[in-house]
Write a protein that binds this ligand. Structure first.
Ligand SMILES: [Zn+2]
Length: 364
């Protein structure tokens, strides 16, 4: 419970807590980091620490939150953002057509903390969402010490970015706006210059593996694999679909080894048949393509003599066998071919045929 539950990036977390301690939280903070790095979790923790009704001082002398008071509890109801977001979208879907068009997506479980997700289907923040922020920004907080606005993915339509700029020019002293972004460069320079920017760096494989220590359903080797594949993002590691990944990887290997003449085509056809039309098939195919890229990258690592950088270290023997049969050019061609498969998916080509065709295009 509390900030101790946040894994890694100690310097950034300390910096934020020191600002809370001195009552010097900036009006606008850009928090950057990869998907799953913990940006939203940390913003929520800061909102709780400032508004906690029974604030604690942790062992390190810095402020912490109790997690149990009514403010912590209500703010915490939005910790599961994906779920709250899906509920808000569903509620809008149930509206009359005319109301639907005028309704924007927000998540709010506490009066002083407004979460502004990108609005689907474009997944951009719309100007109406920023107007709602402006309309409420200047009224004093009633149920807490400070108001928070959290843009969970700070990608704006142009008009929304310009509207936000105005709010950033004259912020009230009792509100903090968090802009969460994978890359600060994607924000307007004029917005960036009015915010302080903090970064959440990727964690090491060891730090991620330590975070997964209690996951008894995974072996030590599997935890190491998940740590490698999650790119240092603890959120991705925690909800990693290992079974889905391993199934996709079996198919990806089958596709490559069939191209090299190691099995007959019947096995490949059976596998590719399961990549069907529809949303589920699309996700399955996208995962397969991502896994194929990671295997091809590992083949490049092996050929370049830096096998220790492999993302699938548990497949070293299988990939070593493949890399001894193929050339550097073949790997490049295979990567380019995957781009064509993706383009075919956008044109709605039958996925199984497209995958079979990809495999035969790689035959030696
Ligand atoms: Zn509390």
């Amino acid at each position: 419970m509390g900030f101790a539950g946040f894994r890694g990036n100690a310097a950034t977390v300390t910096q934020l807590r020191q600002m809370v301690a001195r009552d010097r939280l900036p009006h606008a903070i850009i928090l950057t980091g990869a998907a799953g790095a913990g940006k939203y979790t940390l913003a929520q923790m800061v909102a709780k620490a400032v508004n906690c009704l029974a604030p604690l001082v942790a062992e390190d002398g810095l402020p912490d939150f109790c997690g149990r008071c009514s403010n912590c509890e209500r703010i915490g109801q939005a910790d599961a953002l994906d779920q709250r977001f899906a509920e808000a979208v569903e509620a809008r879907e149930a509206m009359r057509e005319s109301d639907k068009r005028e309704t924007r997506i927000f998540v709010q479980t506490h009066a002083e903390v407004l979460i502004i997700p990108p609005d689907p289907p474009q997944m951009l923040v719309k100007v109406d969402q920023v107007r709602h922020l402006i309309a409420t920004l200047y009224s004093r907080p009633v149920e807490g010490r400070q108001k928070f606005y959290i843009f969970s993915q700070a990608s704006f339509v142009k008009e929304a970015a310009n509207a936000l700029l105005k709010a950033l020019e004259e912020p009230p002293p009792f509100a903090t706006i968090f802009l969460l972004a994978e890359n600060a460069q994607a924000l307007l320079p004029t917005i960036r210059s009015r915010c302080i920017t903090l970064h959440l760096a990727p964690l090491t494989t060891e730090e991620i593996a330590a975070d997964l220590a209690l996951r008894t359903e995974w072996t030590a080797a599997q935890k190491k694999l998940v740590a490698r594949l999650s790119g240092g993002a603890v959120g991705r590691a925690r909800c990693f679909d290992l079974n889905g990944y391993l199934a996709a990887r079996r198919d990806a290997l089958l596709l490559l080894t069939t191209a090299l003449g190691e099995n007959d085509h019947a096995a490949l056809f059976r596998a590719t048949e399961s990549y069907r039309a529809g949303a589920e098939g699309k996700m399955k195919t996208e995962l397969l393509i991502a896994v194929l890229y990671s295997l091809l990258e590992d083949l490049l690592f092996l050929r370049s003599g830096v096998g220790e950088q492999m993302r699938n270290p548990d497949l070293a023997a299988e990939l070593d066998a493949i890399s001894s049969q193929v050339s550097f050019d073949w790997i490049v061609r295979a990567s380019e071919g995957l781009g064509a498969v993706q383009a075919g998916m956008r044109r709605n080509l039958l996925r199984s045929l497209s995958l079979d065709g990809y495999s035969s295009s790689l035959e030696l």
